[in-house]
Ligand binder design. Structure first.
Ligand SMILES: O=P(O)(O)OC[C@H]1O[C@](O)(COP(=O)(O)O)[C@@H](O)[C@@H]1O
Ligand SMILES: [Mg+2]
Length: 263
C-alpha cells in the first residue's frame, strides 16, 4: 500500500471511529478503571478499537495493529514492531474528557513503515477539527497548516504532557514552574494527540514531556508536527523516537532553549 492510500485509509478509519464515539458522547455508557481510578476506559474506547481493527484489516490484509485497549477477541499489540508496517490506533485520546462531556477528545490513527510514520489523522469530532499528514505537509480540516512563527521563547505557550499518574506529579509541577519562569503561558488538555496537533497547526508553540508516552499518544502527532515544519526531539535534543523517555515538540524557532530548560 503506498503512502497516499495509507493516508486515505487513515482518514476513513478516524472518521468511522469519530462517528461511532460521537454517537455516545454525553449519553449514558459504561466506564471502568484500568490501572487507577483516574485511568478510564469506556465501552466506546473498546468498540472503536474493535471496529477500526476490522476496517484496517479489511483494507490492508494482515495488518499489524498497535492499539491502546486490550480486547480478548481482537489481535492487537501495544508496541511498534521493529520492522515492517503497522497501524497505530488510539480509539479515544482524552477518555477522561469524553467521560465528563468535555469536547477535547479524538480518534488517532497513524501508519508506520519500518518504524517511520508515513500517515497520520487525528480527528476531534466534538471540536470539528481534523489534523492530517501524509508525506507532503500537514493539514487542518483539509487546509495546509504549519507550526507557529513565534520566535521569542518568553512568549511561548507550552503544553506539559504528563497525564494523571501520581508518580509524575512532582515532575509535572517542575515543568509548570519552568514554563511560568522562563516561557509565556501553559495549557493542559488531557489529550496528548490534541497537544501535538495544536503544535502542528500553530495553536501552541510547543508541547513537552519528561516521561515516556505511549505510541498511540504520540506517533501520529509527532508526524503532524514534523510535516508542519516543526522539530521533535527527546530531552537531549536528539530526534524523537517512540522509545524516547521524554519529548520536546516545537515550532523549531527556539528549540535549543526548550532543550536547555527541561530535563
Ligand atoms: O496533556 P495532559 O493533560 O497531561 O494529557 C496527556 C495525557 O492524555 C492522554 O493522551 C489521554 O490518553 P487516553 O485518553 O487515551 O488514555 C494520556 O495518555 C496522556 O498522558
Ligand atoms: Mg485512549
Amino acid at each position: 500500500m503506498d503512502a497516499n492510500s495509507r493516508l486515505t485509509l487513515a482518514h476513513e478509519a478516524a472518521r468511522t471511529g469519530a462517528e461511532l464515539a460521537m454517537s455516545g458522547f454525553r449519553d449514558d455508557f459504561t466506564v471502568e478503571s484500568k490501572e487507577s481510578e483516574l485511568d478510564s476506559v469506556t465501552e466506546f474506547d473498546r468498540e472503536v478499537q474493535r471496529r477500526l481493527a476490522g476496517l484496517l484489516r479489511e483494507n490492508d490484509g494482515g495488518a499489524t495493529i498497535v492499539g491502546e485497549e486490550e480486547l480478548p477477541d481482537v489481535d492487537t499489540r501495544t508496541t511498534i514492531p521493529e520492522s515492517g508496517d503497522a497501524w497505530i490506533v488510539d480509539p479515544i485520546d482524552g477518555t477522561n474528557n469524553f467521560v465528563v462531556g468535555n469536547h477535547v477528545w479524538g480518534v488517532a490513527v497513524s501508519a508506520v513503515e519500518g518504524g517511520d510514520a508515513v500517515a497520520a489523522v487525528n480527528e476531534f469530532p466534538s471540536l470539528g477539527d481534523t489534523y492530517a499528514a501524509g508525506d507532503d505537509g500537514a493539514t487542518r480540516n483539509g487546509e495546509p497548516c504549519s507550526v507557529s512563527d513565534r520566535t521569542n521563547p518568553g512568549t511561548f505557550t507550552i503544553n506539559p504532557i504528563f497525564g494523571l499518574s501520581p508518580h509524575h506529579r512532582r515532575k509535572l509541577s517542575e515543568y509548570v514552574d519552568v514554563i511560568a519562569e522562563e516561557f509565556g503561558d501553559s495549557r493542559r488538555f488531557g489529550s496528548s494527540q490534541f497537544a501535538l496537533s495544536s503544535v502542528a497547526a500553530g495553536e501552541l508553540d510547543a508541547a513537552v514531556s519528561g516521561i515516556r508516552l505511549a505510541p498511540w499518544d504520540t506517533v501520529g502527532g509527532v508526524h503532524l508536527v514534523r510535516q508542519a515544519g516543526g522539530t521533535v526531539t527527546d530531552l537531549d535534543g536528539e530526534p524523537w523516537t517512540p522509545t524516547s523517555s521524554g519529548i520536546i515538540a516545537s515550532n523549531g524557532e527556539a528549540h535549543d532553549e526548550l532543550v536547555a530548560a527541561f530535563d
